[in-house]
Design a binder for this molecule. Structure first.
Ligand code: GDD
Ligand code: MN
Length: 354
């Protein structure tokens, strides 16, 4: 096997036959396999099995009952299971024309790169198939932001968010990837320096069915960017800042509703502590949850820590003002910074300890 074509699918039943037909007309059936990694809730797996039975090249299916990592997780699973080290990743809805595969392979066979990006934004490429003007704008803007955040790694990549690329599996560290959501290529490019080439392609219209892109995917993407660029600690800090703002807003609302200020402060603090815990579970430590203690135990530790911290920070601050003769603002700032670092360490080492 010289080439594995990995196709992540989520409810793409009406597209499977046409995709396999067009791929088999284009590639060398003797040394190519198609590998579907499917998380569908509809009849897609049955359709794939039917199509596989009469296809002129090997068609394999991994159906995941307990899918993790969404589209990106499916691609990584495909990369692990591929029969060939050289893998093409493409969508299952024919927005990525199979006829372009030989161009990717051809570029790769020149032997000087690890990865070939099929780009909508290079040369003759177009993003016509993006459903509406809104999505074109979002795509352009997020591409620009992403390139600005990784000026060196993405220097030669005009389309880091494309879902169509060829990669030499041996050049990447599969275990180091933290796939979540749609942007698996960005994940691969950001983690490790690779030799990259691009070929332009025209992003076509969907053959059938609907896009699975969503607002939630957008949120995943922002979290992924923060994480890739600045690591866990920065995302932890970002969520902490969100929490501080939420704390003030809740306090303000409660006081305006006539709640006494002490009660208002306590309620606002507790709501924020719980909200922060939920966000950290979901976005910061999601990859450590499985090996850690149960969710209620994690919650108890996190909740306990934050309450103790809130309760002792103020007397410590007062002691600093009295003992070191510094202003209350500076003392508060110091306690907040120290508390942040301690809180992060406590969560990494205790709450989410394996
Ligand atoms: N296995 C699996 N699991 N596949 C999924 C999942 C999932 O959770 N979510 C989506 N897919 C599959 C779809 O079935 C399809 O084959 C492919 O991933 C792309 O999904 P679409 O729903 O067609 O996404 P899109 O067209 O909006 O987005 C595409 O273009 C973007 C660029 O604008 C994707 O290629 C994105 O990766 C790309 O960034
Ligand atoms: Mn699509």
């Amino acid at each position: 096997m010289n080439l594995t074509i990995i196709v992540p699918t989520y409810n793409e039943a009406p597209n499977v036959a046409e995709l396999v037909r067009r791929i088999s007309r284009t590639v060398d059936a003797a040394d190519t396999e198609i590998l579907f990694v499917d998380d569908s809730t509809d009849a897609t797996p049955e359709t794939i099995r039917e199509v596989a039975a009469s296809a002129s090249l090997p068609v394999r299916l991994i159906h995941r009952e307990h899918a993790t990592g969404g589209l990106g997780g499916a691609v990584v699973e495909g990369l692990r299971a591929a029969a060939s080290d050289v893998c093409v990743v493409m969508d299952g809805d024919l927005q990525h024309p199979p006829e372009e595969i030989p161009l990717l392979v051809h570029r790769f066979r020149r032997g000087d790169v690890d990865l070939v990006v099929a780009s909508r934004y290079a040369g003759e490429g177009t993003a016509d198939g993006l459903a509406d003007r809104g999505r074109v704008l979002v795509s352009r803007a997020s591409t620009a932001v992403t390139k600005a955040m990784f000026p060196i790694r993405l220097k030669d990549v005009s389309d880091p968010m494309t879902g169509f690329f060829l990669v030499d599996r041996t050049a990447i560290d599969l275990d180091g990837l933290k796939p979540r959501g749609f942007k698996i290529l960005l994940e691969i490019l950001a983690r490790k320096p690779l030799r990259v080439a691009e070929v332009p392609f025209r992003f076509a219209d969907r053959h059938a069915g609907e896009s699975k892109a969503s607002f939630q995917q957008g949120l995943h993407f922002l979290m992924q960017l923060t994480m890739l660029r600045f690591g866990k600690m920065s995302l932890f800090a970002f969520i902490g800042i969100l929490g501080a703002v939420a704390n003030l807003a809740i306090l303000w609302v409660l006081i305006h509703m006539g709640v006494g200020s002490v009660w208002a402060a306590i309620i606002a603090a507790e709501v924020t502590i719980i909200g922060n815990f939920l966000l950290q579970e979901r976005f910061v430590f999601q990859d450590m949850r499985e090996d850690a203690s149960g969710v209620w135990s994690r919650f108890a530790k996190s909740f306990g820590f934050n309450n103790v911290e809130a309760a002792i920070r103020i007397p410590i601050m007062a002691a600093m003002v009295a003992g070191w003769h510094i202003s209350a603002v500076i003392a508060t700032a110091i306690t907040l910074v120290v508390a942040f670092v301690v809180r992060f360490l406590f969560h990494s080492l205790v709450v989410y300890a394996p």
